[in-house]
Design a protein around this ligand. Structure first.
Ligand SMILES: *Cc1c(COP(=O)(O)O)cnc(C)c1O
Length: 524
């Protein structure tokens, strides 16, 4: 690193760079202060705001009047602001650097989308407003639905599911309803490839199906012979991801659809990787019956810790009648919502959520589509695939690609053969990436690849960012091979916390703050 040399060091500060044995006196790191919990910061005996005493009679509440203080932390506005900004700096964000998680598609969230989603005409609507007052919002949902159907070549779409996994549930519930309507309720098995995302078997089990694995070929695709052997009169559906979780296009996808249909089963396609083929391939042309689209992956809406995702499900003509309410239709007085299971919705299996879905995500996804246009969306797929292949080619200098033959799609998958004999594991390598300023890639997934490292750059990274990333990983790889295992096994050295007891944290999370004198044990 070089800086302006007038009065400033031109070489990095050794201490700031993690020199052995340096610890600040306060626990701070550089300008990042150590941050206590909100409740530890502000006592509830003071308040940061002035409220007038309520003018209504508290006895309105009868027995429900609170007898003791509520215990909220009292902080001034700057204290509150700093608390949350400091917390946000303890974690990584897509706005800080490349976020290479494979399968999760972490791409830049354009600010234009945010601006559109905040327009009062979208953001301030109430879902129970009369439809005559929400025509603009309904039109946006309708237009987004139109583009999702156009891009996938499918005749229908259920807009309301709130995540990919929720979309899988929606798709399988349509499939179950279709089988039951046809008198095929005995079809209770679902076939899922070994490389599938965990949500696929989990969803099938949740719907009450038994799950069976389809084997994979040596080149990372569905084993057709094994699929055909397992199909039968009791199979309800297959769930196949395409491009799959090894970052590969299923070359035999049309044949997969054909034999599945020949056995009376439906083809559920996990569309989480649609960003690799958007504008290039229409899943409807491949024989897909149902597919969720993660708007927060393909169409650049933010991922939100189980929060504001959206997973609309496109449906074939065979499944469309079973789609959940509500949906938008053009009526004599403008747009309206089909809400009840009668007339054209008589076969709808029910609903996926209380209202119309994630409106804010719909606005963001629509803004992304409109700002790219059809040629731009095609380029999204092309650039995502180009970037992944660049990473695959660059990192292959030191690391071992899991499927070296041929190009990959939107993500590059490596195994851990190249770490043999170094004393460094995939986990150690990923932790050392944190010290170099990069969020780790997806690790140990898909399960079919030993010590898997799955890297997805997306189309939003420039060559300069890709080079920075590749140079960091190549330098780490060379250090591992040169015997510098300690750099890895103790990493991260520069993060606010180093290795956690992840099992304890997951099994016994400390979800409630208790005052210090409360000795009830809880995990950190
Ligand atoms: C992300 C993902 C899912 C689940 O989607 P969510 O929106 O996280 O529920 C399912 N399958 C694959 C392949 C994925 O990458």
């Amino acid at each position: 690193m070089t800086m302006n040399s007038v009065g400033r060091p031109t070489a990095p500060n050794a201490a700031a760079n993690g020199a052995e044995g340096f610890a600040s006196l306060t626990g701070a790191r550089g300008l990042l202060q150590d941050e206590p919990l909100l409740f530890e910061l502000g006592g509830w005996d003071k308040t940061g705001v002035d409220f007038d005493a309520p003018d209504h009679d508290a006895s309105d509440l009868g027995d429900l009047v609170r007898a003791a203080p509520i215990g909220l932390a009292g902080l001034s506005e700057p204290e509150t602001m700093r608390h949350y900004v400091r917390l946000s700096q303890k974690n990584h964000a897509i706005d800080l650097a490349l976020y290479p998680l494979g399968s999760c598609t972490m791409k830049h969230n354009p600010r234009l989308n945010e601006k559109m989603a905040r327009l009062a005409g979208f953001a301030d609507l109430h879902p129970l407003q009369p439809v005559s007052t929400t025509q603009g919002a309904l039109e946006l949902i309708d237009r987004l639905a139109h583009w999702l159907k156009t891009l996938t070549g499918m005749p229908a779409v259920a807009m309301t599911p709130k995540a990919g996994a929720h979309g899988e549930l929606c798709g399988l519930l349509c499939i179950r309803a279709a089988h039951e309507a046809a008198g095929h309720g005995h079809r209770r098995r679902v076939l899922v490839p070994t490389s599938a995302h965990g949500t696929n078997p989990a969803t099938a089990a949740f719907v009450g199906y038994s799950v069976e694995e389809i084997a994979q070929t040596a080149d990372g695709r569905v084993d057709l012979a094994d699929l055909e052997a397992k199909l039968g009169p009791d199979v309800a559906a297959i769930m196949v991801t395409n491009p799959n979780t090894c970052g590969l296009f299923e070359r035999d996808v049309i044949e997969i659809a054909r034999i599945t249909h020949a056995h009376g089963a439906y083809f559920y396609c996990d569309g989480a990787n649609f960003n690799a083929i958007v504008g290039k391939v229409r899943p409807g042309d491949l024989g897909v019956d149902a597919m969720h689209i993660n708007l927060h992956k393909t169409f650049s809406t933010p991922h939100g810790g189980g929060g504001p995702g959206a997973g609309p499900v496109v449906l074939s003509a065979a499944l469309a009648p079973f789609a959940p309410a509500p949906w938008v239709v053009h009526g004599p007085d403008g747009l309206t919502l089909v809400e009840e299971a009668k007339d054209q919705a008589a076969q709808a299996f029910g609903r996926m959520c209380a209202f119309q879905g994630q409106m804010g995500m719909f606005v963001r996804a629509y803004a992304y589509m409109r700002s790219h246009g059809s040629d731009g969306l095609r380029q999204v797929a092309e650039d995502a695939v180009l970037n992944a292949n660049y990473i695959k080619a660059m990192l292959s200098a030191e690391m071992t690609p899991a499927f070296p033959d041929g190009p990959c799609m939107h993500e590059a998958l490596f195994d851990d053969r190249w770490l043999d004999g170094t004393g460094v594991s995939t986990l150690d390598f990923a932790k050392a990436m944190i010290d170099e300023g990069f969020h780790p890639m997806t690790m140990y997934f898909p399960l079919v690849v030993h010590g898997a490292m799955l890297i997805e750059p997306t189309e939003t990274e420039s060559k300069r960012e890709l080079d920075r990333f590749c140079e960091a990983l190549l330098a780490l790889a060379r250090a591992a091979k040169a015997g510098d295992a300690q750099r890895f096994t103790g990493a991260p050295y520069l993060a606010p916390l180093s290795r956690l007891d992840e099992t304890l944290a997951a099994r016994k999370p400390k979800l409630t703050w208790r005052p210090e004198h409360d000795a009830t044990p809880a995990a950190e």
